[in-house]
Design a protein around this ligand. Structure first.
Ligand code: PA5
Length: 326
C-alpha cells in the first residue's frame, strides 16, 4: 500500500493531462459510486462551482430527473459494484445522460456499448489506492460539463509529492507518525467542516480499511447541536479509547472556524484531543488533497503498529462474494 500511496502525485498528474471527450454543458451533476470510488464524487462536489450531488445507494434519488440539465457520472473502480450499476440502469431508464469512470468490468462494457463518455483509469490497484485517478477523473468530467472553478490537479500533485517526500520520508510522514502514536489503540474521530469534512471521511475510510480499525467523522457546525452532549459523561473511560483529530482550513468561514476551539474544550472533557492538521495550497482540490494524504500516511502507520496488512480487505470481499457481486 505504501508504494501505491507514493504514486498519488503521478495519479493527479495523469488526470490533469487526460484528454476528456467534449460534453454539452450541464446545469448539475449527480455522481454515483460507493466506497473508494464514491468518495471521488465528494471530492468533485467540494471543488465544484455548480451543483454537484453525490449518490451512494441503489437506483437514483426520486428528484434526479428534476435536476437542471443533469449529467449522471458513474464511478466504479471495478466496474461491477451492484449499487453503481443499479444507479446507471435507473439513469438509463430515465433517459439521463451518463458518463463513466472505471478500470473495467460491466460499467466499462456498458459505456463502450452505449457510446457514453468513459474515462478508463489504470487497473490493478485497490480502489482506495486509486484515489488520484478516480477523483481526478471525476473532477475532469465536472470541468468538461462546465461545473468546476478550476481543477487544481497540478497543484494537488505537487503538494502531495512534497508532503510524501522521497521514499515517503517527507514532512507529511513525520506529522502522520506523531499523530498515529497518539491514535494507536484509540478509536479515531475526525472532525471537519465543508471541504475538510470530505478529507475527514477519507481519513475515516483509510483507517477502517488500511488499519482495520473503527473511525468516525464528526461534522461542524452540526456536531455542536448534538454530539457535544454525548462526550460529557463517560469521562476518563472515553479519554483512553477515543482520539480526536481536527482537520482545518484557514479558508473556513469565520463562524465555523470560531467553533473548533470551544468544541474541542467540550470534547476534551471526554476524549483525547490528538491535534489539528491544516490544509495547504491554493486551489480547493489541492487543499483537500493535502489533508487527505496525511490521513493516508496515518492509516499506514497505524496498520504497521497494529501488525495488520493494509492491502487486504477480506471482509469487503467476503461480503461481495456472498452477494454475488464479484
Ligand atoms: O475500498 C474498497 O475496496 C471499497 O470501498 C470499494 O471501493 C467499494 O466496495 C466499491 O467498489 P468499486 O470501487 O470497485 O466500485
Amino acid at each position: 500500500m505504501e508504494s501505491m500511496i507514493q504514486t498519488l502525485p503521478t495519479q493527479y498528474r495523469w488526470a490533469a493531462e487526460l484528454e476528456v471527450t467534449e460534453m454539452p454543458p450541464a446545469g448539475s451533476a449527480l455522481v454515483c459510486g460507493m466506497g473508494g470510488s464514491g468518495i471521488s464524487g465528494d471530492v468533485a462536489a467540494a471543488a465544484a462551482k455548480g451543483p454537484v450531488f453525490v449518490h451512494k445507494d441503489f437506483g437514483l434519488p426520486a428528484w434526479a430527473p428534476s435536476l437542471p440539465t443533469p449529467i449522471v457520472i458513474a464511478a466504479s473502480y471495478s466496474g461491477n459494484t451492484e449499487e453503481t450499476l443499479s444507479a446507471v440502469e435507473a439513469a438509463r431508464s430515465a433517459g439521463l445522460p451518463i458518463a463513466a469512470v472505471s478500470s473495467g468490468g460491466r460499467l466499462s462494457e456498458l459505456a463502450t456499448d452505449e457510446g457514453w463518455p468513459l474515462i478508463s483509469v489504470p487497473g490493478g490497484l485497490q480502489p482506495r489506492a486509486a484515489f488520484g485517478y478516480l477523483a481526478g477523473s471525476v473532477v475532469r468530467l465536472i470541468e468538461a460539463a462546465g461545473l468546476a472553478y478550476e481543477t487544481g490537479l497540478d497543484e494537488a500533485a505537487s503538494i502531495t509529492a512534497t508532503l510524501l517526500g522521497e521514499g515517503l520520508q517527507g514532512p507529511g510522514r513525520r506529522l502522520a507518525d506523531d499523530l498515529a502514536e497518539e491514535l494507536a489503540g484509540r478509536i479515531a474521530v475526525l472532525m471537519g467542516s465543508g471541504r475538510t469534512a470530505v478529507a475527514a471521511y477519507r481519513w475515516k475510510t483509510q483507517i477502517n480499511e488500511n488499519a482495520k480499525s473503527p473511525a468516525f467523522v464528526s461534522v461542524l457546525p452540526e456536531a455542536d447541536h448534538n454530539e457535544v452532549e454525548g462526550w460529557t459523561t463517560l469521562g476518563t473511560a472515553l479519554r483512553r479509547t477515543v482520539g480526536v483529530v481536527m482537520l482545518r482550513d484557514d479558508s473556513e468561514p469565520p463562524r465555523v472556524a470560531a467553533r473548533f476551539q470551544p468544541t474541542s474544550l467540550l470534547l476534551g472533557g471526554g476524549a483525547t484531543i490528538v491535534g489539528e492538521v491544516w490544509a495547504q495550497g491554493t486551489s480547493r482540490l489541492a487543499r483537500l488533497a493535502s489533508l487527505a494524504v496525511v490521513g493516508d500516511l496515518v492509516s499506514l502507520r497505524l496498520a504497521r503498529m497494529a501488525g495488520v496488512d493494509p492491502v487486504a480487505v477480506d471482509a469487503i470481499q467476503q461480503l461481495k462474494q456472498t452477494l454475488g457481486e464479484s
